[in-house]
Design a protein around this ligand. Sequence first.
Ligand code: AMP
Length: 294
Amino acid sequence: MDVVESIDALRQARARITASVGLVTTMGALHAGHIALVEQARTENDAVIATIFVNPTQFAQNEDLSKYPRDISRDLDMLRQAGVDLVFTPTAEQIYPTGFQTWIEVEQVTQGLEGERRPGHFRGVTTVVAKLFNLTQPHRAYFGQKDAQQAAVIKRMVRDLNMPLAIRVCPTVHEADGLAMSSRNVYLSPEQRKAAAVIRRSLLAASAAYEKGERDTNNLRVVIESLLKSEPLAQIDYISIADAGTLKNIKGSSDKPVLVSLVVKMGNTRLLDNMLLPASLNTIEELTQILGGA
Ligand code: AMP
């Protein structure tokens, strides 16, 4: 596995790969969710490139940039074991040199949900992802369902800017008790970690109600809210029940696929998870097509 830090070295290593390339972009502190993306990339491409970059421009002022977990040697071991061919670990100075002033903004699908809670977040994400696409020139790039709005935003950017690659959205990987894997889970105290399983339980309860025929989003919201409120350590940031194609909130009911997104705060840690309903829509093809529209 080649590990390169500079843009020049990346370009040289990329030029040596003539076969198809799958890209997995990460902020490091890797877990099985990231590795699932790598494994999917391996099955669909001849070579896999991974990037590790804690992107400062996607963190708002009050967020956890300086304490975001970092463990590069462990990350590289995991990527090597997963069969990655090339890893790019740039510095912030290389990605944002002095004088940097070009940004990519996706206008609509960034409104609401995380975009509303984290001003500027998606501008940072789309700008860095576009740069990483330019630098690594992948045929396919892999994103996790856990950050469903991010996947929808990137799909939109790729379509709008005619970027020559396919976006693939892969199912969220969960811990045994149902907590979605996240680099930020290390911030949780043992009590918070235990309590966090309520997030998945709430989504599964909503899914069970949906399977029984419940389509009224107010009723689905009540199912989720009452479970979340039964856990004293969990503070609800938001419960969104949105059209999975547009990510606009649904009032009343809808016959189209629905994305239920939850953000729960445990102390200062924001934990995300979501579920596409009907829950039978869970293959990579379905997630890729439905989230953010075809
Ligand atoms: P991050 O390092 O958190 O920026 O995430 C890098 C990529 O991994 C993004 O596409 C995430 O959506 C994806 N990802 C993060 N957590 C998970 C998970 N639990 N399951 C699947 N994909 C994930």
